[in-house]
Design a protein around this ligand. Structure first.
Ligand code: FES
Length: 243
């Protein structure tokens, strides 16, 4: 590989009134460098106006989700050698399914609105006596593994951008809100199903998921999102039978 990389970056500045356009940059890079390092080089050495989000550079904060060669990824966890095409080029766009604000920065409001809609917190039963010590989680090891994995979400919005149903239907809750709802619905200490069911057991809730697995494939934390959503669907059927 050459010791430089070509980045084709989709630019957008709402203040100019110009439609999004592609701009090419070439910067020094090693194959093992993350794409984020190359982007930072562009901003530091060639164009200080390039807008993108990033913070931890370690796959923890979830802020640098972007579309790299057509697929949503974290720029800090994607090596240049993984995504360079045969001509040594990497194409970078903002995340799909969210309005763009400037260059690679998107408006996260639709994502957070859906997240908030599923009551994403533990709702313990109010009619049970308070335990003397902690509320114990009693569940099968496999079930706990899945719940624990779902807790790894870093809110990077990559699953949201990878889901074609979110792209078609802006009312759909989307994979992140659903896996977060699953995380609490599956928790034996939680009693929030009657509160969440009207939102989840809805054509725009769990039933809009078409089990395409893009979310699972794209998740940088390896969360089996589709599997969690399937468990949530079963829980909604059981809730319907119980009513
Ligand atoms: S910069 Fe924090 S996850 Fe990439």
């Amino acid at each position: 590989m050459d010791d430089t990389v070509q980045l084709d970056i989709q630019r957008f500045n709402p203040e100019t009134g110009q439609v999004p356009y592609w701009q090419t940059f070439e910067v020094p890079a090693e194959p093992g460098d993350p794409v984020l390092a190359a982007l930072m080089r562009v901003r530091e050495e060639q164009d200080g106006s390039l807008a993108f989000r990033a913070s931890c550079r370690s796959g923890i904060c979830g802020s640098d989700g972007m579309v790299i060669n057509g697929w949503p990824r974290l720029a800090c966890k994607t090596q240049i050698s993984e995504v360079q095409d045969a001509h040594g080029i990497i194409r970078i766009q903002p995340l799909f399914n969210l309005p763009r604000l400037k260059d690679l920065v998107v408006d996260q409001t639709p994502f957070w609105d859906k997240f908030s809609a599923v009551f994403p917190w533990l709702m313990p039963a109010v009619d049970k006596p308070e335990p003397e010590k902690e509320r114990r989680m009693q569940m099968e090891p496999d079930d706990f593994q899945l719940l624990s994995k779902a807790s790894d979400c870093i809110f990077c919005q990559i699953c949201f951008a990878a889901c074609p149903i979110v792209g078609l239907d802006q009312e759909f809750l989307g994979p992140q809100a659903l896996i977060k709802a699953y995380r609490f619905e599956a928790d034996p200490r939680d009693a929030g199903t009657p509160t969440r069911a009207p939102v989840l057991d809805d054509p725009e809730g769990v039933w809009r998921c078409r089990t395409i697995f893009n979310c699972t494939e794209a998740c940088p934390k390896g969360i089996p999102i589709t599997r969690g959503i399937q468990v949530l669907k079963r829980a909604m059927v059981q809730e319907e039978l119980r009513r």
